[in-house]
Design a protein around this ligand. Structure first.
Ligand code: SF4
Length: 107
């Protein structure tokens, strides 16, 4: 799961985890599968440019090494109007370029 660093100040991740364990909402696609949560990562903040951020590149390499198959972007990565954060859009693009499927949504 990929989440907003700012949301992390007020979010425990509990709703995402609960939805995953219940295989509900965006995780209903795993209802018949033995899927597991392998990582819970955040963006590196509003000032960070994912294209040049070495830390983010390292995180993406790690996802590939761990053979992560799908990354879900949390609802915290969208604003109140439902518009996706541009930094997250770029990270998701890079994740897809790494050969990992992207799903927009968790709980
Ligand atoms: S870049 Fe976007 S997702 Fe990351 S902390 Fe800022 S608002 Fe949240």
């Amino acid at each position: 799961m990929l989440n907003c660093l700012k949301a992390n100040e007020i979010c425990t991740g509990a709703a995402c985890m609960k939805a995953f364990h219940l295989k509900s909402k965006s995780f209903s696609r795993y209802a018949e599968e033995d899927a597991e949560v392998a990582a819970f990562m955040r963006c590196n903040g509003c000032e960070s440019d994912p294209s040049t951020d070495k830390g983010m590149q390292e995180k993406l390499q790690r996802l590939v090494q761990e053979e992560i198959e799908v990354v879900h972007a949390g609802i915290c990565t969208k604003d109140r109007e439902g518009k996706e954060c541009p930094v997250i859009s770029r990270i998701l693009e890079m994740i897809e370029e790494s050969g990992i499927e992207v799903v927009r949504g968790t709980h």
